[in-house]
Design a protein around this ligand. Structure first.
Ligand code: T5A
Length: 222
């Protein structure tokens, strides 16, 4: 996959693993480091993506596996075309709350679609843009779902209502994901500890923050 001028960081993991919390923390640290990141979530981030998100998460909307795959990819293609691609071309840092690894985990491992086809379709949707770094938050799926159930007023979406076997397949896929740009973080630790570990990895990989921040205290309790 291709690498544009900026820096794309994806945060991945199963339901309630702490992705959004970590993305918020990293965004704040980047701002402190003098870098104003662009934050995106998937599905979403464009008018089409937000409408597709509503459809995809609606528990009352029965969608087959293939239809689900192509809806996620349509949202991603638009997000890359309108937001991520131009941002990277402009040298910006993009923080993505989920990216293509989620499609492999949910639509291939979870739903049973062919993994190689899902990967190929993903490459079409992203125009071969790949994250420079993917942080996977490892957390047993049941713990993540318990966290979400503990949130006041949280209504479980279509994916969160799937059975334990589905979540186990998704969780096992994330746990087994390997690659030169994939780093696993222990999602059972406190938000501050997760942020600390994530920041250390970002500093090592991101040319814009590495030099400036290696010698400074890292965020969180460590
Ligand atoms: N999907 C998505 C696909 O099937 N295919 C795809 O290609 C893509 C892109 C998206 C759904 O779509 C599916 C996956 C998803 O099911 P979503 O609402 O965006 O739906 O769902 P999630 O991405 O799972 O986001 P969540 O908000 O549900 O979970 P997060 O972001 O992992 O967790 P977060 O940070 O919101 O935290 C959840 C709770 O835990 C606490 C927080 O305070 C919060 O209460 N928390 C912690 N508690 C203890 N320790 C920590 N370290 C904690 N970190 C956070």
């Amino acid at each position: 996959m291709s690498r544009a001028a900026g820096f794309l960081l994806a945060v991945e993991g199963s339901e309630g693993a702490g992705k959004s919390t970590l993305v918020r923390g990293l965004a704040a640290e980047l701002v402190r480091a003098g870098i104003s990141p662009i934050v995106v979530r998937e599905p979403g981030g464009t008018p089409l993506g937000e409408r597709v998100r509503t459809l995809l998460l609606d528990p009352a909307e029965p969608i087959g596996a293939a239809g689900e795959l192509f809806l996620f990819l349509a949202a991603r293609a638009e997000l890359v075309r309108r937001v991520i691609g131009p941002a990277l071309e402009a040298g910006r840092t993009v923080l993505a709350d989920r990216f293509h690894l989620s499609t492999e985990a949910y639509q291939a491992a979870g739903r049973g679609l062919d993994l190689e086809f899902v990967r190929l379709a993903n490459r079409v949707a992203t125009g071969h843009i790949a994250p420079h770094l993917t942080l996977v938050l490892d957390l047993p799926p049941q713990l993540g779902l318990d966290r979400l159930r503990g949130q006041e007023g949280h209504v479980l979406d279509r994916f969160e209502r799937e059975d334990a076997a589905f979540h186990a397949r998704v969780g096992a896929f994330f746990a087994a994901a390997r690659g030169p740009d994939i780093v696993h973080l222990d999602g059972t630790r406190t938000p501050e500890q997760v942020l600390h570990a994530a920041w250390q990895n970002l500093v090592m990989r991101h040319p814009g923050v590495g030099g400036a921040h290696r010698a400074q205290p890292s965020p969180g309790e460590g």
